[in-house]
Write a protein that binds this ligand. Structure first.
Ligand code: AMP
Length: 633
């Protein structure tokens, strides 16, 4: 086996040689003339002049060689449906969807927003966009109307693909009326909506002249032929919105060629997934993990991807392992929160099934605590690989790269920088930290292939947000604190900004605050993330009401708390709902009016609030202590 260190060093010291070798993992219609154009830092263009297509690499090339091999298996434990598509069948469905889109005037560079539950048609829509060079923007189905409207306005889609409903925990999750509301709110509404009718919700409203019926259009395009549009490597493939410090989500823009190469090399070297094997990734297509490792990654590798609608506990806590046995999954990918949920169940569920095909379980999206890591490795008797990355990067930044070397797994750390990432830990003055010294995790640009090429429609925001950590050197900020021990293992110690991570989902506290303030009774609010045993973090709100009479009694306060939670559900979606809304008379601020968010968070987690020399009104902290039922330490 090769040495990981040597492999990594080559990627940093001789990137052209390294990436030209990796680029052979995908098919190119026209070869590239240059590996990386970095003439306009920090913007990097990978595989310049090369022409390729994500759909061709994910679908067509396998359909030509192994048409009958299973490409996508769909299982819904919510509806009891199970469907399987061979590569030939997947290609036919994608081509039909592409023909429908073209029939609606969608062409290269046009945006298509996808707001869908976990159904195969969502993957068809993504691949169909990739096929014709349209730019998809998938919005997680848990987002409510106002959040969806913000994304519609930023992306400016010509068409939205949606379905009338999803299902979660046996309950219907309505989509259509949220979409209708979002389109009403949007300043740049789409001309058309393509509706997949799952038959879950009977009488949903159709808007005449706008809403199109997928089943009818599919039938009309049964034998369609739509060739792949060859795209220059750095043309945009998709936009995926993610939260940051401000209330306005950023559209992470991905390219075509760099992303395809990064995914292909990650499938081989990190995930050890081979053509003909099955990958089971439990994420949702609304998140980056779903884009990279439910849809594009496993298909580019010629694997069977298992797409799952449901929770880890229904019909019982054995469902994932039963599916892994049935479909002989060799690669599984999930989140620490899901494992903490399973840890509360009878451990015998994990030993009931034949998991002999399974090589590794990968976990990402939030910190994997040591006890959970140890527990799952012991229960599964398989290597469990913690990997650290972000929506921005599209594929792992830190991981154990088992396809190259079986370096020992250490609990509580996602281990080493992945090939291509010149990762360093920086002090706040821009100098580099030594071993065991906490600092900011940064990546020295150019960012490797696959990472965001810019913020959609806003190059300046891309530079300002990610590359303004120091005047010198130019560094991409991950907004995470980290530490490297003397053996080179990296530990991630939480965010440097106001982003919180709830069950692996990234939310900006500003976004939640805006949703809380959409309730007319609220004058001011601070939202902080506090530690939660299952979800990692949970948002907690401290709100000041305009009229104290609204919270004069515990009963009235409880009513208002419920109303505020409902306002968050309606504006942002239930994923952002605070665990508690505490009502207080004033928020603790510095004399210059800056919210003492870190002190509030410390108090909410039962820690010391830290340096309070700049506080304007110390009584405000007492209020928070009182609201939390904590008077002294
Ligand atoms: P997202 O863009 O939603 O994937 O969130 C990315 C953020 O999640 C990172 O910046 C980290 O704060 C956190 N994160 C993701 N994976 C890990 C991991 N393996 N360990 C610790 N934190 C993680």
């Amino acid at each position: 086996m090769a040495s990981y260190q040597a492999f990594y060093r080559q990627s940093i010291e001789a990137p052209d040689a390294f990436w030209s070798e990796q680029a052979k993992l995908i098919d190119w219609h026209k070869p590239f003339s240059r590996i990386c154009d970095y003439s306009r830092p920090p913007f990097a263009k990978w595989f310049v002049g090369g022409e390729t297509n994500l759909c061709y690499n994910a679908v067509d090339r396998h359909a030509a060689q192994r048409p009958d091999a299973a490409a996508l298996i769909y299982v819904s434990s919510e509806t009891g449906q199970e469907r399987s598509y061979s590569y030939a069948e997947l290609k036919a469905e994608v081509v039909r969807m592409a023909a429908i889109l073209q029939g609606q005037g969608i062409a290269r560079g046009d945006r298509v927003l996808i707001y869908m539950p976990m159904i195969p048609e969502a993957a068809f829509a993504m691949l169909a966009c990739a096929r014709i060079g349209a730019v998809h923007s998938v919005v997680f189905g848990g987002f409510a109307a106002a959040s969806l409207a913000t994304r519609i306005d930023d992306a400016g889609p010509k068409l939205v693909v949606s379905a009338e409903a999803g299902m979660r925990n046996g309950r219907e999750v309505p989509y259509k009326h949220l979409l209708d509301e979002a389109i009403c709110l949007a300043k740049r509404p789409p001309a058309k909506v393509l509706m997949v009718d799952r038959g879950l919700h009977k009488d949903w409203d159709r808007v005449a002249g706008r809403d199109l019926d997928y089943a009818a259009l599919r039938a009309a395009h049964m034998d369609a032929e739509v060739p792949c549009t060859w795209l220059e490597s750095s043309e945009p493939s998709y936009i995926l919105y993610t939260s940051g410090t401000t209330g306005t989500p950023k559209g992470v823009q991905r390219d075509v060629g760099g992303y395809a190469v990064a995914l292909a090399s990650s499938m081989k070297h990190i995930f050890c997934g081979n053509a003909g094997e099955t990958m089971f990734c439990t994420s949702d297509i609304g998140w980056v993990v779903g884009h990279s490792y439910i849809v594009y990654g496993p298909l580019i590798a010629g694997m069977t991807t298992l797409m799952y609608e449901g929770t880890p506990l229904r019909p019982d806590a054995g469902i994932w392992w039963r599916l892994a046995e049935k479909y002989k999954a060799s690669v599984m990918f999930s989140s620490p929160t899901a494992i903490r949920v399973l840890k509360k169940q009878d451990p015998s569920w994990l030993s009931k099934y034949d998991l002999s095909a399974l090589k590794h379980l990968f976990l990402a999206g939030e910190p994997l605590d040591q006890p959970t890591h140890e527990w799952i490795m012991d229960a599964l008797k398989k290597p469990v690989i913690d990997n650290y990355w972000q929506t921005e990067t599209g594929w792992p930044i830190l991981a154990t790269v088992r396809g190259i070397e079986d370096t020992p797994i250490k609990f509580g750390t996602p281990a080493f920088p992945v090939f291509g990432y010149n990762l360093k830990i920086f002090r706040e003055d821009g100098s580099e930290c030594g071993a065991n010294e906490k600092g900011i995790v940064g990546i020295v640009p150019p960012l490797p292939p696959g990472c965001l090429s810019t913020v959609w429609g806003d190059d300046e925001r891309f530079v300002r947000t990610y590359f303004s950590l120091f005047k010198e050197p130019l560094v991409y900020s991950s907004f995470d604190w980290g530490i490297r021990d003397d053996q080179g293992y990296h530990f991630i110690l939480g965010r440097t900004d106001d982003v919180i991570n709830v069950a692996g989902h990234r939310l900006g506290t500003r976004e939640i605050e805006e949703a809380v303030q959409s309730h007319s009774a609220i004058a001011e609010v601070a939202v902080v993330g506090v530690q939660d045993a299952i979800k990692g973090q949970m948002p907690i709100a401290f709100a000041v009401v305009k009229d104290p009479a609204r919270v004069a009694t515990p009963e009235l306060a409880a009513v208002l708390e419920r109303e505020v939670m409902a306002a968050v559900d309606a504006n942002l979606g239930a994923i952002g709902r605070p665990g508690r809304v505490h009502f207080i008379a004033g928020l603790p601020k510095t004399r210059s009016g800056k919210l003492l968010r870190r002190s509030i968070q410390a108090l909410a987690e039962g820690r010391d609030p830290g340096d309070l020399t700049t506080i304007e009104d110390p009584a405000a902290l007492e209020q928070i202590r009182k609201a939390l039922g904590v008077w002294r330490f």
